[in-house]
Design a binder for this molecule. Structure first.
Ligand SMILES: [Zn+2]
Ligand SMILES: [Zn+2]
Length: 353
């Protein structure tokens, strides 16, 4: 003790597109916990959708209590609680952003995201999160961050890249596949980068010219405007067959529909984008094409560890898609800029003053 101050600054989202700075005590790690000196916390679209404007509970576990915000945490261990064997002072970590009950079937598989029990707590939603000087983390949610990856990389893995990775695992993407990424926000950009790393041919589509340019830079093989010509352009590009895998990251009805249209016979379609609806005719779009349509939500702790290993092996830095970075004290500006919908990833970097 005594290595760090008694009080710390943190950020809260009280609603109405406001960010409130608070001064709170630095917590003490209990058994099975570590105290992290926060290094990076990136912003996620779900912060905006469920907390920033107003507190909603549209999806499971989305209830928001008055806590420090930020669910993409990465930091360095500064104190270790009782019984913690695999993390030590000085270790660099990223944090899988949800703690489950630990005893249900899904928790035992490491899919804390799917836990239905009242003990489930997500960082930045029902327990204090990333946007503070320090954060208390349960070691069951901590993953070692290898030297190759930066703290910003770690933060981005903890939700966005993990979600993208799981979608590709669900679709069992291989280097033989052409992968369409519909919607090129931060999760879509992550899908594009990871699918490329897996050796697939990657096709992006979005309505935003800025986002189309961003994925050109990260190595998409082809990028099409998300207008009425989108599907016919994809069909032409694929020699009339359509794509083996289509991943919707748009969350829009039209994007979801186009994924079904652009998938080839026996193709796999994954819905990753949250919210909204979709209506389609199952016979021509699903049955007669023998499509497999999957939903996918976040990932498991073990799969996230495999992602970390993959990124090191393929020498991929997730923070390539960061377009804006801010110091912790400028969190309000970070959210304001992110809410314009015109950015890539926005990251709070606690090493900035
Ligand atoms: Zn998220
Ligand atoms: Zn559980």
């Amino acid at each position: 003790m005594g290595k760090y101050p008694k009080m710390m600054a943190g950020m809260m989202l009280p609603g109405g597109a406001r960010v409130e700075k608070v001064e709170v005590p630095v917590p003490t790690p209990g058994p099975g916990q570590v105290l992290l000196k926060m290094k990076a916390g990136s912003l996620c679209g779900s912060d905006l959708k469920y907390i920033y404007y107003e507190h909603t509970d549209k999806t499971g576990g989305a209830r928001y209590d008055n806590v420090i915000c930020g669910h993409e945490p990465s930091g360095q261990v500064v104190e270790v609680g009782e019984g913690v064997l695999d993390f030590h002072e000085g270790d660099r970590v990223l944090v899988y952003h949800i703690q489950g009950c630990g005893y249900c079937d899904e928790c035992r598989k490491g899919f804390f995201i799917n836990c239905q029990n009242p003990e489930r707590r997500a960082y930045g939603w029902q327990r204090d999160g990333a946007l503070a000087e320090y954060m208390l983390a349960d070691v069951s949610t901590c993953i070692h961050l290898p030297d190759f990856l930066t703290y910003e990389d770690g933060a981005m893995i903890s939700c966005g890249f993990g979600t993208a990775w799981q979608g590709l695992l669900r679709a069992q993407v291989t280097g033989a596949d052409r992968v369409l990424v519909m919607g090129l926000g931060p999760v879509g950009q992550a899908v594009a980068m990871l699918a490329k790393g897996m050796g697939a041919q990657v096709i992006g589509a979005d309505i935003s010219e800025d986002r189309m340019n961003m994925v050109r830079e990260i190595g998409c093989d082809a990028v099409f405007a998300g207008d009425d010509s989108c599907v016919s352009n994809i069909m032409d590009y694929t020699g009339g067959t359509g794509v083996e895998v289509a991943v919707d990251c748009s969350g829009s009805a039209v994007g979801r529909h186009r994924c079904l249209e652009a998938a080839r016979m026996w193709g796999r379609v994954v819905y990753l984008g949250e919210q909204g609806t979709v209506t389609f005719e199952p016979s021509p779009l699903l049955l007669h094409k023998n499509l497999t349509l999957m939903g996918s939500w976040v990932t498991s702790v073990a799969n996230m560890e495999r992602l970390v290993e993959f990124l090191v092996r393929k020498q991929i830095h997730p923070n390539r898609i960061v377009t804006h970075r801010f110091a912790l004290k400028d969190a309000a500006e970070a959210y304001r800029v992110f809410a314009t919908g015109k950015t890539g990833k926005v990251c709070i970097n606690m090493e900035m003053e």
